[in-house]
Ligand binder design. Structure first.
Ligand SMILES: [Zn+2]
Length: 233
C-alpha cells in the first residue's frame, strides 16, 4: 500500500494544497443548494502525481476539513494518507477514478443530485440549449448518459463515453443525476452550479410552452467567444 509520508516531499506538499482546495470547494455545494445530507462530492487530481483527493463517505458537510479528505490512486484505492482507516472514500470514487484514468485533460470531477438537473435525468431528457449562457458554458445541450448502477466501472464508463470529444462539461446520468468535469475542481464545481441554474430556468420556461433550441451557428459563435475571448486575460 502506498504510504503518503514515504512519498517525495513535493508530492506530499501537492497533496496538502489539493486537500485544502477540495475541502473549500465542498462548501460551494450546500452554498448553491446542490446537495442534501451527505450526498454529492468533489474530487481533484493532485498535480504531478497519479493521485486524486475526494470527499470521505458519509461525513456531513459541516464536518469536512482538509484533514478528512481522502487520497486515492487513479484505480480508486485509498492510500495510507494519515486519515483513520475507518474513513473511506466517497461511494462514487470508482466513477471519479475511471474519468481520471481515461481523460488525462480532466483535473476535477463533481457529482450532485441537484433537483432540477436530476429531474431532467429522471425523465431521460437532455437539457436543450435555449439560452445564451448555456451556449457559453456548455456549447450545446447537456446530454443524457446511460442508466448505470453503482459498484463497478459502469458509471465512469458512461460519463467518459458521453463526454469524450464533446463540448459539454456536464452529463446527466440516466435516472441518477449530473456529473461534471473541468480542468480543475473549481471548473467542475462551476459547471455543476451552472448546470442546475440552466435546468431550473428552462424548467420554468417549459411551463409556459415549448422552448426552441438556439441555431447552431449562434451556439458556435457564443461558445467560441466565451471560451476564448471573455473574461480576464
Ligand atoms: Zn449519485
Amino acid at each position: 500500500m502506498i504510504v503518503l509520508s514515504q512519498l517525495p516531499w513535493e508530492t506530499q506538499e501537492a497533496v496538502e494544497t489539493t486537500r485544502q482546495r477540495v475541502a473549500r470547494l465542498h462548501a460551494q455545494l450546500p452554498r448553491w443548494e446542490l446537495v442534501v445530507w451527505t450526498a454529492g462530492n468533489v474530487s481533484e487530481r493532485v498535480p504531478g502525481a497519479d493521485l486524486f483527493v475526494i470527499k470521505p463517505s458519509g461525513v456531513s458537510y459541516d464536518e469536512l476539513s482538509p484533514h478528512n479528505m481522502v487520497v486515492c490512486t487513479l484505480d480508486g484505492e485509498k492510500i495510507n494518507d494519515g486519515t483513520s482507516p475507518r474513513l473511506t472514500p466517497s461511494s462514487d470514487t470508482a466513477a471519479h477514478a475511471y474519468v481520471y484514468r481515461h481523460m488525462p485533460e480532466v483535473g476535477g470531477v463533481v457529482h450532485t443530485h441537484s433537483t432540477y438537473a436530476t429531474a431532467f435525468a429522471a425523465r431521460m431528457e437532455e437539457i436543450p440549449c435555449v439560452l445564451t449562457m448555456m451556449a457559453d458554458e456548455f456549447g450545446g445541450p447537456i446530454p443524457i448518459g446511460p442508466v448505470a448502477v453503482i459498484g463497478d466501472d459502469s458509471i465512469g464508463r458512461g460519463i467518459v463515453e458521453t463526454l469524450r470529444g464533446q463540448r459539454s462539461p456536464a452529463v446527466l446520468m440516466g435516472h441518477h443525476g449530473p456529473f461534471t468535469i473541468g480542468k480543475d475542481g473549481q471548473a467542475a464545481v462551476k459547471a455543476a452550479v451552472l448546470c442546475e441554474e440552466v435546468a431550473r430556468t428552462i424548467h420554468v420556461a417549459q411551463q409556459k410552452g415549448p422552448v426552441e433550441s438556439l441555431p447552431q451557428d449562434l451556439i458556435d459563435a457564443l461558445h467560441d467567444r466565451y471560451q476564448n475571448v471573455y473574461g480576464q486575460r
